[in-house]
Design a protein around this ligand. Structure first.
Ligand code: SF4
Length: 163
C-alpha cells in the first residue's frame, strides 16, 4: 500500500508538471479588459514561456477559461454553459476587477463577480490589470496545478468519487 501511495504521489507530480506547462486558454472577452488580454498575448510578454500562448476558441479544446471583462446577468447562463462544455481538468481565471467583483458597476445589470455562477481558481485585480499581473496569476495558477491531485487511473477516480 505504501508503495502504491508513493507511485501515485510521483505520478501526481509528473502529471501536474506536464499540465501546468500545457494550458489552452479560452478567452471569454466581453469588455475593455480585452485590450489588456491582447497586450499580454503579444510577443513582448511571451506567454509561450509558460505554455499558455495558444488560445482555443472552443471550450471543448480548452482547459483554462479566462473571463475577461464585465459579465452581465444576461451573460451569466452563457458563461455557465461554456464552463460546462469544458472537459476536466479545467481552471478559471477572473481577469480584472469586473470579472472578479463587478468592478465599479454596482447596478442591477452586472453580475458582482463571475464566481457567483462558476468556480474561480485565480483572481487578477486591476482595471484593467497590467500584463505583469496576468503573468503573475498564470504562474500562481501553475503552482496550484502542480500541487493538485491528478487522478487518471481507474482506481484513483473511483476513490475520488467515494471521498
Ligand atoms: S475591469 Fe476595468 S478595464 Fe476591465 S472590463 Fe472592467 S471596466 Fe473595463
Amino acid at each position: 500500500m505504501a508503495m502504491m501511495e508513493f507511485l501515485t504521489t510521483r505520478k501526481d507530480e509528473l502529471v501536474g508538471w506536464v499540465r501546468k506547462f500545457s494550458l489552452f486558454p479560452y478567452p471569454f472577452v466581453t469588455a475593455c479588459c480585452g485590450m489588456e488580454f491582447m497586450s499580454v498575448s503579444s510577443t513582448l510578454y511571451d506567454t509561450d514561456r509558460f505554455g499558455a500562448a495558444l488560445p482555443r476558441f472552443t471550450p471543448r479544446q480548452s482547459d483554462l477559461l479566462m473571463v475577461v471583462g464585465t459579465i452581465t446577468h444576461k451573460e451569466a447562463p452563457v458563461i455557465k454553459k461554456v464552463y460546462e462544455q469544458m472537459c476536466e481538468p479545467k481552471w478559471v481565471m477572473a481577469f480584472g476587477a469586473c470579472a472578479t467583483s463587478g468592478g465599479f458597476y454596482r447596478n442591477y445589470a452586472v453580475l458582482q463577480g463571475v464566481d457567483k455562477v462558476i468556480p474561480v481558481d485565480i483572481y487578477v485585480p486591476g482595471c484593467p490589470p497590467r500584463p505583469e499581473m496576468v503573468i503573475d496569476a498564470i504562474m500562481k495558477l501553475q503552482d496550484k496545478i502542480a500541487g493538485e491531485r491528478h487522478p487518471i487511473l481507474p482506481f484513483e477516480k473511483q476513490k475520488d468519487r467515494e471521498a
